[in-house]
Write a protein that binds this ligand. Structure first.
Ligand SMILES: Cc1cc2nc3c(=O)[nH]c(=O)nc-3n(C[C@H](O)[C@H](O)[C@H](O)COP(=O)(O)O)c2cc1C
Length: 155
């Protein structure tokens, strides 16, 4: 049992997005980082109890039709009011896989998380355009940064 938990809520409908989530987990699970556990729960399977039990949260989504995936939106629709009074200040960050844009998704997720009074601890990572393997490194680095920040208590 780890002393702190990082929760990854990631929608991963393609091989590339699945690898992004796996690399985030790999970075967060770096054995040099100490006592942080990272769990990946797909948004349709996650509920308010998962959010209330974590110490930091990372949201991963594709951009579809100019907005976050329907799966991530459904997650927010279900957790918003149950969590509103109980998770204020929760450290959060986000990565987005977007074929060509990503800004509508960033705006949408940021406005919901601001409403929840969550605390952005990393700049949003947008992996935009044609697929590049460097996106995986960026997800891994984001995972390591989140876990390290949680471990040393800077968030
Ligand atoms: C129905 C649909 C709508 C999409 N809309 C957008 C969009 O509005 N903006 C964008 O940047 N990419 C859009 N995309 C591209 C997806 O973001 C991209 O296919 C997804 O992130 C998976 O990327 P991958 O092929 O690297 O796995 C859309 C894809 C689909 C299937």
């Amino acid at each position: 049992m780890h002393s702190k938990t990082l929760l990854l809520i990631a929608h991963a409908p393609s091989d590339n997005t699945r690898r992004m989530a796996e690399h985030f987990l790999k970075g967060a699970s770096n054995p040099d980082i100490g006592d942080v556990g990272c769990r990946w729960v797909p948004p349709l399977q996650a509920g308010p109890e998962d959010v209330m039990a974590c110490d930091a949260i990372i949201l991963g989504t594709t951009e579809n039709l100019g907005y976050m995936s329907g799966a991530l939106k459904d997650f927010f629709d279900r957790i918003y009011y149950p969590c509103l009074e109980k998770t204020q200040g929760l450290p959060c960050a986000m990565y987005i896989r977007a074929g060509h844009d990503g800004t509508g998704t960033r705006r949408g997720v940021e406005s919901i998380c601001t409403g929840l009074r969550w605390n952005w601890v990393q700049p949003t990572l947008i992996c935009r355009g044609e697929w590049r393997d460097e996106f995986l490194e960026r997800c891994e680095t984001l995972g390591a940064t989140m876990a390290a920040g949680l471990d040393v208590g800077v968030f």
